[in-house]
Design a protein around this ligand. Sequence first.
Ligand SMILES: [Cu+2]
Length: 215
Amino acid sequence: MSEDAATESGRRRPSRDERAINSKVLTWGVILVIVTGLVSWFGFAAAYGVGVGNPPSSSSSSSGNTNSGGGGPDYVYLAVNANPDRNQSTDQFTPGNFTVPAHTLLVFTITNYDNGQNVVPAQETKVNGTVHNLIYVNGSTTGISSVTTPIAHTFTILTTGFNVPLPSAGPVSPSVVTFEAYFNDTGTYTWQCMAQCDPWSMGQAGYMTGTLTVA
Ligand SMILES: [Cu+2]
């Protein structure tokens, strides 16, 4: 009986040579899939400016903002201080003017050191424009869509409705707000604090108002 004879199921058994060829085809197929995947990813990364790398180990970099470059989201760090360097406090976001990449998942951390409790319009107690319209306070994994505790400041872009209220700091520890956001329309947006905080700072570029540039 030849090797071409039909098996019980009616299918021909592959010869030893054919099995070797099949295994080569499989190997090259897998390699092709991997290479295609890598090329596609780098093409996407180049086209959309996806960063490469990891978040910084500390948030104390002078720029405050990090385009880490590659694979993951970009991280944005802001601090809010009430500096006692004038007769009244000087409330200030740092940095007040910054740039973020468009079409990129941004992970914001805003650390607020001001324990002031300020009057905020009802609309600006609600979160708007973040991913799922949620923020996360002091490490909580449960997002909230509005702040019902005392508020020190807000990060508000009136032209788009983007709004993040910042709970007042405690007597000792700051309040830390994290959230995710995408900004898909390039341009320069003016942000401002809608809380009635430090009257001088509220009208002062780089203090309680500034620019967020989407590039
Ligand atoms: Cu303010």
